[in-house]
Design a protein around this ligand. Structure first.
Ligand SMILES: Nc1nc(=O)c(N)c(NC[C@H](O)[C@H](O)[C@H](O)COP(=O)(O)O)[nH]1
Ligand SMILES: [Zn+2]
Length: 196
């Protein structure tokens, strides 16, 4: 029996596959939803928005596009999205992403952890929990800070295992030596002949 989170990670993965391959980032997909408390089979989930890397103009991240798409539909600026996210008693906001939200970006653009924590402004509950399929590989920023920063701001997170190879293969598609990077990120040792 697979975890009920897997279908959402798969939905994020198909979003990530729409991202234009680039050597300078990862192809990632994100889904924002509202979930009823104590609903173990997620039967009453409501999808609020989706996004994928570079879906919107500029050097945009999946989570960034997910929020920006929602803001656009509700006719507010990106940085006012927390004002239009639903606040409903007995329901929580949850985000699924194929990859751990970034805590730092080489471009210097605002990291997605910051966008996620900003949803809690004005005393709103904001995003309650983030589920992701892989931790960020060290390619650009070394040891990833995303999870630690989410914890610092009281936002729960959880790694949903099982699709790492698929997620990394899509994420690295635009990179020079994608194969090699996927293997390295999966932590596989080089299989040398005497081990076969
Ligand atoms: N969670 C996540 N969603 C994305 O959509 C995406 N592209 C990344 N990628 C993280 C990686 O650390 C940054 O892509 C590099 O640090 C380069 O930074 P820019 O993307 O140019 O700002 N991570
Ligand atoms: Zn990001």
């Amino acid at each position: 029996n697979t975890s009920p989170h897997i279908p959402y990670i798969k939905q994020c993965l198909s979003l990530a596959e729409q991202s234009p391959p680039r050597p300078t980032n990862f192809r990632v997909g994100a889904v924002l939803l509202s979930r009823k408390d104590n609903d173990p089979t997620f039967t009453d989930d409501r999808i609020l928005s989706t996004g994928y890397t570079m879906e919107l103009a500029g050097n945009t991240h999946a989570e960034q596009c997910c929020f920006a798409n929602y803001a656009a539909v509700h006719k507010v600026a990106d940085d006012q999205v927390s004002e239009v996210l639903p606040v409903e008693p007995g329901r929580k906001l949850v985000m699924y992403v194929t990859m751990e939200p970034c805590g730092k970006r080489l471009s210097g653009n605002g990291p997605c952890v910051q966008r996620i924590t900003r949803t809690r402004e004005g005393g709103r509950e904001g995003i309650h929990k983030v589920y992701f399929g892989v931790k960020e590989p060290g390619t650009f920023v070394g040891e990833s800070e995303g999870c630690r920063m989410l914890t610092q701001k009281g936002i729960e997170w959880e790694h949903v295992g099982g699709l790492e190879r698929e997620i990394l293969t899509v994420a690295f598609a635009g990179h020079e030596n994608a194969e090699e990077e996927v293997r390295a990120a999966l932590g596989e040792k080089e299989t040398n002949v005497d081990d076969i």
